[in-house]
Write a protein that binds this ligand. Structure first.
Ligand code: ADP
Length: 263
């Protein structure tokens, strides 16, 4: 089909040193729901499973992947391309924050420039061999995420939502966008789903009962994980030490994703 040949073309655009087997887009209906955190944790989880893992930070105007990994060095390049930064545990990473002169500089680019940058991240970065590449997509369902979607050969997407989005139709829009573009939905992740009270040891649903199971059923997809609000996790991210986080919240999700992508 047209879609297949488009993905094939995009794979052929990679530089001669690179081969990327599976590309997973992580999307959300809006910002601030934990999309970058889930992208990072998925990468950490797959890397722990021994897969050659990479993260392409396509959230150009709000890049937060390098910070979670404590990566502050600049990318280097040569005439052949750009080298990704490699994290402490061996995850390859590219982000606009690794290219800016000062990582606190704001990125105020218009959508064609953003899309152009993402395309460059795909074809000009010397990724070499990657089994699983996770793409932190721009939030929302507007022009920017749409064009980014079309410029990468995405094999499947993971949709991240908080319990509030699940009631407010925002996640439904993300699901519909993926369906319109014929990208398989690997599943949904509910973030900030619950909180384990350190005093009473009970799980609390801070935002009320979860609707994610119903929504997954309605859209013929599955729930990959329900992540708690975890202060330890927040601390690891803030300190740039997500690779040291010992939680295994996404282990089952990784198994499901691998299975889905091998179909
Ligand atoms: P997005 O990429 O959707 O804009 P982020 O992943 O950057 O959102 O998350 C926003 C903030 O919330 C970050 O500081 C992150 O560390 C924190 N956060 C997200 N999910 C959790 C969680 N489950 N537990 C604790 N903190 C979280």
């Amino acid at each position: 089909s047209d879609c297949k040949s488009k993905a094939q073309d995009l794979h052929e655009e990679l530089n001669k040193y690179s081969s990327v087997k599976k590309v997973i887009g992580v999307v959300s209906g809006k910002g601030g729901v934990g999309k970058s955190l889930v992208t990072s944790m998925l990468a950490v989880t797959f890397n722990r499973l021994g897969k050659k893992t990479a993260v392409l930070d396509a959230d150009i105007t709000g890049p937060s992947i390098p910070k979670a990994f404590g990566v502050h060095e600049r990318c280097r390049g040569n005439g052949e391309g750009i080298f990704p930064v490699v994290t402490e545990t061996g995850i390859k990473m590219i982000s606009v924050n690794l290219l800016l002169e000062h990582e606190t500089d704001p990125v105020v680019w218009r959508s064609p420039v953003i899309t152009g940058t993402v395309k460059q991240f795909w074809k000009d970065v010397i990724w070499e061999d990657v089994d699983y590449m996770f793409v932190d997509m721009p939030p929302g369902t507007g022009d920017v995420p749409l064009t980014v979607f079309q410029s990468l050969p995405i094999d499947g997407i993971v949709i991240v939502a908080s319990p509030q989005e699940l009631v407010s139709m925002i996640v439904q829009k993300a699901v519909k966008m993926a369906k319109m573009m014929n990208v398989p939905i690997l599943g949904l992740v509910e973030n900030m789903s619950w909180f384990m009270c350190p005093n009473c040891g009970k799980k609390h649903s801070i935002f009320g009962d979860s609707h994610i199971d119903g929504i997954a059923k309605e859209y013929d997809t599955q729930v990959l994980a329900k992540l708690p609000i975890d202060p330890e996790l927040a601390k690891c991210v803030d300190e740039g030490k997500i690779e040291l986080f010992s939680g295994d919240y996404l282990d089952d999700a990784a198994e499901i994703i691998e299975k889905e992508l091998s179909k």
